[in-house]
Design a protein around this ligand. Structure first.
Ligand code: ZN
Length: 305
């Protein structure tokens, strides 16, 4: 009887492992196909010399969540050009989505509950109408959830710029984000296939197809006051992982999010080199502590810290 039970249990376990493998193997194979060329720092610097670039950069935090000594942030990056037009990188989350997103971190990791600051269109008020362009570092829900309301709040819809990989290649975690973009009242435009992709209409802003975290993960770079700023999205979860070349761990990269760990290491080393340069800084999307201590100010109505 006991033997039968043991065999039954073993059979169930084997079945479970097979199901997990069937679910995980295809996205793991897929994510390993996105290895676009990465420009050298010299090429990137050169691409950013000619454009006029933004006159101000700030971050708009929609939610934060304390996890031990670190605080996770969910922010959009606002770039403002001298002629009054703005560009937004990542859309953050509305209050309800942010609270729901943070709930598993509370129960599994013992994180504090999410603190919400309101969606971007609420914080920006009428200044939302200055945003003419939007882009995403990738299409996970914590970066895309806010876009429907942002586009709806605009008097004239902005254009959402995506790389070919981001718009067309999806896995189970990015499809919903693309659907939100397609259903939004904003327009859509594909970026060029160049290694360094200029964002049309926004001189001094470029995109680089990164992959690694999602098929369409994209890194954005721009220049302000002679400093190059690189927005790396979720290539690492914090700057410590980036500067010390640390992966996110087996559970995250293999079971939770199907990532290409080799590609991520290549990107980490490349980004760490850039960050080490005296003329450039890298920011990752969720390291709120690093964002707050960076030279980029939190967005305030009328500007300034
Ligand atoms: Zn994220």
């Amino acid at each position: 009887m006991l033997k039968k039970f043991a065999y039954g249990l073993l059979g169930l376990l084997v079945l479970l492992v097979i199901v997990v493998l069937i679910v995980l193997i295809p996205p793991h194979q897929q994510i390993r196909n996105f290895n676009s060329a990465i420009p050298s720092f010299e090429q990137l610097s050169h691409a950013l010399t000619s454009g006029s670039g933004p006159a101000a950069i700030s971050y708009i935090t929609t939610a934060s969540q304390k996890n031990g000594s670190k605080t996770l942030g969910h922010a959009g990056i606002l770039l403002e050009w001298p002629d009054g037009r703005s560009f937004l990188i990542d859309a953050g989350m509305d209050r309800e989505t942010a609270v729901a997103f943070g709930a598993p971190f509370e129960s599994l990791l013992g994180s504090d509950p999410s603190i919400t600051f309101g969606p971007i269109e609420e914080q920006l008020g009428s200044q939302i109408n200055q945003i003419n362009g939007v882009a995403f570092t990738h299409l996970h829900s914590d970066h895309t959830a806010g876009i429907t309301a942002i586009c709806d709040a605009m008097l004239a819809p902005a254009t959402i710029f995506q790389t070919n990989d981001q718009a067309k290649n999806h896995n189970a975690f990015t499809e919903a984000g693309q659907n939100i973009i397609n259903d939004s009242s904003c327009n859509s435009s594909l970026l060029s296939t160049d290694v360094i992709k200029p964002v049309p209409g926004f001189d001094g802003l470029v995109a680089i197809a990164a992959g690694g975290h999602t098929p369409g993960s994209t890194i954005f770079a721009t220049k302000l006051n002679n400093r190059i700023w690189v927005f790396a999205g979720d290539i690492t979860n914090d700057m410590d992982q980036l500067t010390h070349n640390k992966g996110k761990g087996f559970l995250y990269s293999y079971l939770l999010i199907p990532e290409d760990t080799e590609r991520l290491e290549q990107l980490r080393l490349w980004l760490a080199d850039i960050d080490n340069s005296s003329v450039a800084s890298v920011l990752v999307a969720h390291d709120w502590d690093a964002m707050q201590s960076s030279e980029i100010p939190a967005w305030r109505p009328g500007g300034g810290r």
